[in-house]
Design a protein around this ligand. Sequence first.
Ligand SMILES: NC(=O)c1ccc[n+]([C@@H]2O[C@H](COP(=O)([O-])OP(=O)(O)OC[C@H]3O[C@@H](n4cnc5c(N)ncnc54)[C@H](OP(=O)(O)O)[C@@H]3O)[C@@H](O)[C@H]2O)c1
Length: 301
Amino acid sequence: MPSLPPITGFDFPGIDNLHNDIYPAIDARTNHSLSQPGKVVLITGAGRGIGRSIALQYAAASVSSIILCARTSSELDEVESSIKAIDTRVRVTKFQLDVTSEEAVSNCSNQVKAVEGRLDVLVNNAGATDPWLPIAQTNPKAWWKTLEVNLKGPYLLLHAFLPLLVDTAKANNTAVDVINVASIGAHVISYGASAYIASKIAVLRLTESVNAEYGDQGVNAISVHPGGVVTDLSKAAESEMLNTFLNDTPDLAGGFVVWLTAAARTWLAGRYVSATWDVERLDSMKDEIVEKDKLLERLVV
Ligand SMILES: NC(=O)c1ccc[n+]([C@@H]2O[C@H](COP(=O)([O-])OP(=O)(O)OC[C@H]3O[C@@H](n4cnc5c(N)ncnc54)[C@H](OP(=O)(O)O)[C@@H]3O)[C@@H](O)[C@H]2O)c1
């Protein structure tokens, strides 16, 4: 695999502390310390790829309810069946929606509030990319669509669900989690990826804004790079360069996200983390991360 500059955080925990696939510390199928009974979890882009793996890991973590959102209903049906095969007790609700539709997202939040009355984890995972081309060769509509799905989508979900997240934290005297799926691509200039990387660095800032505005109300927001995974999205980039970085399984991100929310990891609030980083090593770096204010996008001056 080609190397990445240190500023990407690629080998932040040390080159010997990286993973490509799920491992016992983050695998809810075998590690019962990851169980999160009683929680209601909403995942966008849950029909395939990384979102599907996140949903299945939450099922293995014995949450009460998983809300699946995406546009393709056949894929949502398949994920529902796979969840039921893991644990029939998990309540599954499917919303066939476009995350860029304010009305659809608002209707979804009204229904979740009415039926579940709480939301413990919001995973903003839905994403898209236009083909990676130099700016003048891009299609303006497709370029902007990338921004809409990757930035307007998470914004609309936050706009609709933050009140319920805050109420849930208050009513249960606990922390609730927002996981915004970002990308290591936010930290580098990748040839042709102007829309995608602009959207993902904006997601990092959106995460920090959630932390600044709602952190003291119990909302713990974290940006996550899910690893490099062969999916419909990565194929849509049509980039040979990108393909050389796609060496991780979707289950790695599934397990990592479930690990993130299994305890109140408020010391990671507002920060960027990568699913490829070993979690025990990451835990051991807590003081260094907090004291030196690491894993945040900042000007070097
Ligand atoms: N794959 C990688 O290497 C990689 C690396 C870094 C970050 N990521 C991020 O990981 C996340 C998941 O991507 P993936 O690689 O798993 O891609 P994927 O397999 O193509 O899945 C994308 C999911 O998002 C949904 N989605 C797309 N547009 C949507 C819209 N307008 N409204 C609602 N749902 C929508 C898709 O469902 P429908 O099409 O049915 O709506 C699908 O369920 C994205 O945020 C991506 O940027 C991926």
